[in-house]
Design a binder for this molecule. Structure first.
Ligand SMILES: [Fe+2]
Ligand SMILES: [Fe+2]
Length: 278
């Protein structure tokens, strides 16, 4: 028997949360995942995470673990709940994360299997004070209990090269390594070294009629004139992007990885219940 992990990248604001709330139940029904993980760094208005949304993800959507990224601290209230949040991880090597134990969690799947989730952040084209990511991930792997074979890493970074680099660095030692942050899904899912499920970026869950989730007009304006107009999430063309990885719980080896892109407009007829906003 294998353990199925359903991994979702950056969820963008209210449109992303709506897409998640409507399509995740359908994905659960279809694939019966044992573990569901998503990246929450853009979940609150496109920037950061609030306690209310954290609770919604965990309690209502049944998300097992929420990873973060460069926007983790955009909503100041996160400082009050992050230390106690059992299902939240912050990037280990980010310049303003100084506790290694904030960057990983060892949790139990509904089927009773122990699994670990680790969050790292890139350095290329990212904040210049982000630290080395190789040392902390080595330290975290050493701390994990031996019986915890399922090891999942969200590498939040801009450069595809760094993401592939960390994939190779962790092959044979992590079950699943995937990238987030670019908000664009890549088509390179594979099993590295016959062991580690890998994809360069999961892509965002949210509005694709946009510039990486932001209203096109404001993004273009900034590119053309440098004027900083308020960035807000776009609203149309919602996609749920995810990968589904099958992992052998006895060894931690990934034995299958598939990429999915569900477009809300095409899937909505299959949703049971109301199409209205909650
Ligand atoms: Fe993001
Ligand atoms: Fe990011």
């Amino acid at each position: 028997m294998t353990i199925k992990v359903l991994a979702i990248g950056d969820v963008i604001g209210k449109p992303g949360r709506r897409c998640l709330s409507k399509l995740l139940p359908l994905a659960r029904e279809r694939f019966q995942p044992d573990i569901v993980i998503c990246n929450g760094e853009n979940a609150a208005g496109g920037f950061g995470l609030t306690k209310k949304i954290y609770n919604q993800f965990v309690d209502n959507f049944g998300i097992d673990c929420i990873t973060m990224g460069n926007h983790w601290h955009d909503k100041p209230e996160i400082h009050s709940f992050a230390p106690q949040a059992e299902r939240l991880v912050l990037p280990a090597n980010m310049m303003n994360v100084d506790r290694l134990d904030a960057a990983f969690r060892v949790l139990k799947s509904k089927s009773g299997h122990s699994f670990a989730v680790i969050n790292l952040i890139g350095r290329a084209f990212m904040h210049p004070d982000n630290r080395d990511f190789f040392t902390p991930v080595e330290a975290i792997l050493k701390q994990l209990p031996d019986q915890c074979k399922i090891r999942i890493v969200d590498f939040h970074g801009e450069a595809t090269s760094e993401k592939q680099g960390i994939g190779h660095f962790l092959k044979g030692r992590a079950s699943l390594v995937y990238g987030t942050h670019s908000h664009v899904p890549t088509a390179d899912e594979r099993i590295m070294g016959g062991f580690t499920g890998y994809t360069t970026d999961l892509g965002m869950t949210g509005p694709y009629d946009s510039v990486i989730g932001i209203r096109t007009e404001a993004a273009l304006q900034r590119m053309q004139t440098g004027e900083k107009r308020r960035f807000e999430p776009a609203t149309h063309d919602l996609w749920l992007c995810f990968i589904l990885a099958e992992i052998d719980p006895a060894t931690g080896r990934c034995v299958g990885i598939q990429r999915h892109r569900w477009e809300y407009e095409q899937m909505k007829d299959q949703i049971t219940g109301s199409d209205e906003d909650e």
